[in-house]
Design a protein around this ligand. Structure first.
Ligand code: FE
Ligand code: CA
Length: 538
């Protein structure tokens, strides 16, 4: 009897009943004596006829050589895709040979499947079976889709807390999840938090591979990754804090080489398409689109690999260089690609999924005043070009992460002109774990006085649940009380409605935690200073 979706999800997470591992010593042909599927499974990149499925062999995930205990050995990994969670019938199957040069990862791009359908997949090496993952194909391009649910999240610093938010996001059963970067942090292990990174700051390929392996041992992350497709893109910490094209934020001898290794490990450790495989020069093609019938087109951007170096010291700046029109955030090729796509878009909703805050945010704290040099405020003409391109969109919804706090922002046609019309909204999500527990508040922030376009602020950990219909977008800002203790429940802290054709934010729910709740930790007395410190700007 087929499992229900919910039961199968639970089984996929716990492995109950679906993982068959023969550990008898007589299983002489078994190449591993311990389960090589310690990192779970994942799917991504849904299209109307397929998706990518992923796993990586790592019987001992934390070995310092980054090979997960596999070394230089090569294995044949079998895979299966079924319409049934019990695999009673097999839709597709095949084998992939792993290699050390490929990080012992498996990427399979499925094509020729049916649109708008649920599929199940699993892998096998010898007698070891992986857990079961669930993937979906996107609807046909011309389908009149009536509903789409997307989970939006980013910034999961292992050292700052448990990954409860991943599990809570998956429990909402989104069609797919968008991860806006900082999937790993490159920093050295520290014993000050609830759990610590293994190893020093990531620099070598082995370092980055081991760091991904450590993160991917997390059961909450594995639950989320097995539950639905991810659409993931990196931000800075997959490589180095605040990197910009070929420039690290702090001097590094051969940054080009480090970046090449980091992006290679990124590719190896995500269910992304072959076109994202590192090119000969080490660059990675990460910007891409996801189509969901006539309802939505997601434009996933890369704001790291092609950008001009940050102006000033990279923190808060008043340097007029931020107004230099020759500076770029996306690079000319990506910018042209996006412009063309937006101009030709017939989607009801255009979702621009990218990393850093788009809205204007002037800050003045003590002697520090100006704009964040790492965000779009440091690239003003480039932002203006982006906004001009989005004018062609019927409904422009911008996503960002990076700041480790939730914001809801209005996007003006030209921030330099007072009373400029609102042309879109920005939903900027808080982190999965980075920054630790945070605190609840009343939704306001001192920066709002000088920036009326900022409409909501909250510093708890969480994710966004975006429910699109032809008539409206309902965005739930979901939070957990703590991440320093595992397993907290989540709730909708705030809800915003965006009506079709009417760019704006209608907050329809405001639900602070109960006064007796542990989430009512007091906000810092100087919230403005604390915010800049949390963002690494002071
Ligand atoms: Fe982050
Ligand atoms: Ca970041």
């Amino acid at each position: 009897m087929p499992l229900t979706r919910r039961a199968a999800l639970a089984a996929a997470a716990g492995g109950v009943g679906l993982v068959v591992a023969d550990q008898r010593p007589s299983a002489a042909t078994t190449p591993f004596y311990v389960n090589p599927f310690t990192l779970g499974v994942a799917s991504g990149e849904p299209t109307p006829d397929g998706f990518v499925i992923w796993t990586r062999l790592a019987p001992r995930p934390l070995t310092s050589d980054g090979t997960g205990g596999v070394g230089t050995r090569r294995f044949t990994v079998d895979w299966q895709v079924s319409r049934r969670s019990d695999f009673a019938t097999i839709e597709r199957k095949g084998s992939v040979r792993t290699s050390k040069s490929g990080g012992h990862a498996v990427h399979v791009t499925l094509t020729g499947l049916e649109p708008g359908r649920e599929y199940w997949y699993r892998f096998r090496v010898g007698k070891w079976l992986s857990s079961v993952g669930r993937a979906v194909t996107a609807p046909r391009l011309d389908a009149a889709v009536t509903a789409l649910t997307v989970a939006q999240l980013s910034c999961a610093n292992w050292q700052n807390g448990w990954f409860t938010v991943y599990r809570r996001a998956a429990e909402q059963q989104p069609d797919f999840l968008v991860h806006l970067g900082d999937f790993i942090y490159e920093s050295a292990g520290q014993d000050t938090g609830p759990r610590a990174h293994v190893g020093a700051e990531c620099v070598t390929l082995a370092d980055y591979r081991r760091r991904y392996a450590q993160y991917r041992t997390d059961p909450d992350l594995q639950f989320a990754q097995a539950s639905a497709p991810f659409v993931a893109v990196y931000d800075d910490h997959e490589v180095d804090n605040d990197w910009a094209a070929n420039s690290p934020s702090t001097p590094f001898a051969d940054f080009a080489s480090r970046r090449r290794k980091a992006l290679r490990a990124w590719y190896e450790n995500h269910p992304v398409r072959t076109f994202s495989r590192p090119a000969a020069d080490g660059s990675v093609r990460a910007y891409r689109r996801v189509f969901w019938g006539k309802l939505l087109t997601a434009h996933v951007l890369d704001t790291r690999q092609y950008r001009s170096d940050q102006v000033g010291n990279g923190a808060i700046t008043e340097d007029p260089a931020r107004l230099d029109p020759t500076r770029t955030m996306l690079g000319a090729t990506q910018e042209g690609w996006l412009q063309q796509n937006l101009q030709g878009s017939t989607a009801r909703w255009d979702l621009i999924a990218q990393q850093v805050m788009l809205t204007q945010r002037r800050v003045e704290v003590g002697g520090t005043r100006g704009w964040s040099a790492d965000a779009w405020d440091g690239y003003v003409p480039a932002r203006q070009r982006l906004l001009a391109a989005t004018a062609a969109a019927r409904n422009a919804v911008f996503l960002s992460g990076d700041s480790h706090a939730a914001w809801a922002n209005l996007i003006q046609a030209d921030f330099e002109i007072p009373d400029s019309p609102t042309v879109g909204v920005e939903l900027s999500n808080t982190s999965v774990a980075s920054g630790g527990d945070g605190f609840d508040g009343d939704g306001t922030h001192p920066f709002m006085a000088a920036n009326p376009n900022l409409r909501f602020y909250n510093s708890l950990r969480g994710f966004h649940l975006l429910r699109f219909t032809p008539g409206e977008l309902v965005a739930d800002y979901r939070c957990v009380a703590t991440v320093t203790t595992p397993g907290d429940t989540d709730w909708t802290r705030a809800r915003f409605v965006v009506a079709d054709g009417q760019p704006g934010l209608d907050q329809t729910l405001d639900q602070p935690s109960a006064p007796t709740s542990p989430t009512q930790r007091r906000a810092p007395r100087d919230l403005a200073t604390a915010t800049l410190k949390a963002e690494g700007l002071l």
